[in-house]
Design a protein around this ligand. Structure first.
Ligand SMILES: Cc1cc2nc3c(=O)[nH]c(=O)nc-3n(C[C@H](O)[C@H](O)[C@H](O)COP(=O)(O)O)c2cc1C
Length: 389
């Protein structure tokens, strides 16, 4: 149970970071980093969403050229990318926010056109994602994913190392830390989920084996940049990209148990665990809340929850101790000043799904309106949302 009176606008100490509120920008792929380099459009977009003492997580950011499965998503594996990210990070810091870089490898959720030399995407398996799921191509059309190639056991350490090199680059770019993307049917999830992982080596079969890749990645990144700069995102119950598991509750608990143990071994908590919960299908909301609550109670550290939160649900989750922080995705796309709007209980702009993944640097990206200036100034005087702690 949280302390009495805890709300979305209570301050929170997340490891060494002092946050003034608990409304987090969720990681959101937006396909505006032309050629994989974050440019001025990203500087503007992230600056718009920064608040003093706020916390932002970047969109999924590629750890290597093989990590790609979308057009125009940024990377963090080349010097040019590191230099370009510095401008984003500096602008966000200038507005007083903390920012983590989300480290992403899509694994088999890719297509040969996105792979160096047109090779098959890498994965835990040779099985392709079914045609129930579609991949966005560079010309804006949708296709099916290409058949992947299962990594040889001997190749896995190199892939683990890509995560730690990317984490070092992120710190070099000035990020406050990194969030390892372990959900949504991407590479790490392709090892975790028993509906995908069909390996017969030490990375498949038992729970211990399916968690091995993930734990090696976390360990490597922690060794590279320190546990207090590392976070992990997971979605055990989400079947996106065919990422099914026969027992998601237990999978989540097993991952958490291993992270708790690692934290004890290294003598420091990770910065946080970020759970993306299922968007409750009608009639399943209670199960979703209960499952997430079980994971929350099991994890020894800061817990961020994401998925279908409104002002009311977020306030409730924080007040009841179901989350320390709440991340908002779609509403943050369409409301650059979401934090202020939630604070004031002001109406929200509606998001436009058609421009989620288009490439215009302005339209559907940085042109969603702020509350009118006059209203902001007036409301500001009646609000303590932005007092720095
Ligand atoms: C356009 C879009 C892009 C997304 N990109 C990412 C991503 O890069 N990494 C990630 O972990 N989740 C991603 N997500 C999931 C969001 O972080 C979030 O969990 C999801 O939108 C549910 O939260 P909401 O109900 O507040 O929108 C994306 C979601 C959307 C709508």
């Amino acid at each position: 149970m949280a302390e009495k009176g805890t709300s979305l606008f209570s301050p929170y100490k997340m490891g060494k970071f002092s946050l003034s509120h608990r409304v987090v920008l969720a990681p959101l792929t937006r396909c505006r980093a032309l050629g994989g380099i974050p440019g001025d459009a990203l500087v503007e977009y992230y600056t718009q969403r920064s608040t003093p003492g706020g916390f932002l997580i970047t969109e999924g950011t590629l750890i290597s050229p093989t990590a790609r499965g979308f057009p125009h998503v940024p990377g963090i594996y080349s010097d040019a990318q590191v230099e370009a990210w510095k401008k984003v990070v500096n602008a966000v810091h200038a507005k007083g926010s903390i920012i983590f870089c989300q480290l992403w490898h899509v694994g088999r959720a890719s297509h040969q056109v996105y792979q160096p030399g047109g090779a098959a995407p890498i994965s835990s398996t040779n099985k392709a994602i079914s045609n129930r799921w579609r991949i966005l191509m560079t010309d804006g059309t949708y296709s099916t994913c290409s058949a992947p190639r299962a990594l040889e056991t001997s190749e896995i350490p190199e892939v683990v190392e890509l995560y730690s090199l990317a984490a070092l680059n992120a710190i070099r770019a000035g990020f406050d830390g990194v969030e390892i993307h372990g959900g949504y049917g991407y590479l790490i999830d392709q090892f975790l989920k028993d509906g995908i992982n069909d390996r017969i080596d030490e990375y498949g079969g038992s729970m211990e084996n399916r968690c091995r890749f993930l734990m090696q990645v976390i360990q490597a990144v922690v060794s590279a940049v320190g546990a207090e700069r590392v976070a992990f995102r997971t979605s055990p119950a989400i079947d996106h990209n065919d990422a099914t598991d026969s027992d998601p509750l237990n999978l989540g608990l097993s991952v958490i148990e291993r992270i708790n143990k690692l934290q004890l071994q290294v003598g420091s908590e990770l910065t946080y665990l970020h759970v993306q919960r299922e968007l409750g299908r009608p009639g399943t909301e209670d199960v979703v809340v209960q499952t997430t609550r079980t994971w929350r109670r099991a994890y020894q550290g800061t817990f961020i929850c994401s998925g279908g939160f409104t002002r009311e649900l977020g306030t409730q989750a924080v007040a009841e101790g179901d989350a320390d922080l709440v991340s908002f995705g779609r509403d943050f796309i369409s409301n650059p000043d979401l934090v202020l709007r939630l604070k004031l209980n002001a109406p929200l702009n509606k998001y436009i799904r058609e421009t989620f993944y288009t490439h215009d640097p302005v339209v559907g990206y940085t042109d969603y309106p702020f509350l009118s200036k006059a209203k902001q100034v007036d409301d500001w005087h009646h609000s303590d949302a932005f007092e720095l702690i």
